[in-house]
Write a protein that binds this ligand. Structure first.
Ligand code: BTN
Length: 268
């Protein structure tokens, strides 16, 4: 039984993007698993080509270079669930009650607090490497969010009214993540993971909207399956969303736009 992680840890004060740096290492043939942490990113990347905020000592920004070589690309959504759940459980250890927005965003009090950007390389159907980039708003003060994010984003500081050392949070996360990751690598059972994820889901039972081939649909989110797909019911038919842009209707008032990666995907 292989035990994880065996990360080599690389700390930087300033980089353009920890994902970008981790990718360079991967593409240059780095065989070790890495944890790349930066105090500040000058070109932090979010999903859908968006920028990711980076305030030194207020945001935790890191990327894991992972080599789950016994998995294939279809398993990547499971890894997204593991990452999201581990972030949520790390916050719970510190007394917060986060929720998970499928597949891998973390929310506190209906505002986004953490995001995950996954990139991978596949050869002969096997994952060669995965880069899991994680951004967590730890000590961000409200005024340090750009105006347009102030109503939709939050931080542990805003919610908990006290500073938390970014290293402490990272340590909590790594301990929890390592355990889930190790389980995932060593056996294919993800039932327990799914139960824990589902308990914290803020999407299930709610109306979501999503786009497919330029058309917008509204449907009720019903369940998340073993492969990380979201099943929705639309006009009494079930559809499976594998990845894509999803919005959630909050109290029928406003719709919060969430970006969940590049390719929309729905099957029936
Ligand atoms: C999202 O859009 O929700 C995903 C945000 C991911 C941001 C993190 S910060 C560390 C890593 N490096 C990047 O450039 N992006 C990810």
């Amino acid at each position: 039984m292989k035990s994880y992680p065996n990360f080599q840890i690389l700390y930087y004060s300033t980089v353009d993007s920890t994902n970008q740096l981790a990718r360079q290492f991967a593409e240059q043939g780095e065989t070790k698993e890495l944890l790349v942490v930066a105090d500040q990113q000058t070109a932090g990347r979010g999903r859908g080509g968006k920028r990711w905020l980076s305030v030194p000592r207020e945001c935790l920004t890191f990327s894991l270079l992972l080599r789950p070589v016994n998995k294939n690309a279809e398993h990547c959504p499971q890894l997204a669930l593991i990452l999201g759940l581990s972030l949520a459980q790390a916050m719970e250890k510190l007394g917060f009650h986060p929720q998970l927005k499928w597949p891998n965003d973390v929310y506190l009090n209906e505002k986004k607090i953490a995001g995950i950007l996954l990139e991978n390389a596949v050869r002969s159907d096997r994952l060669q490497w995965v880069i899991a980039g994680v951004g967590v708003n730890i000590n961000v003060k409200k005024d340090n969010f750009p105006q347009k994010l102030r109503e939709i984003a939050t931080s542990l500081f805003i919610e908990g009214k006290k500073e938390i050392a970014t290293d402490l949070f990272l340590q909590e996360f790594l301990t929890i993540f390592s355990s889930w990751y190790c389980n995932w690598i060593n056996n294919n059972k993800i039932q327990h993971l799914l139960e824990e994820y589902t308990k914290r889901s803020m999407v299930l039972g709610r109306l979501v909207t999503y786009e497919k081939q330029g058309k917008r649909y509204q449907a009720r989110a019903e369940r998340i399956d073993e492969n990380g797909g979201l099943w929705v019911i639309r006009e009494e038919e079930r559809h499976r969303l594998s990845w894509g842009e999803v919005s959630i209707a909050s109290n029928n008032k406003t719709q919060t736009q969430l970006n969940f990666g590049s390719d929309g995907g729905e099957t029936r």
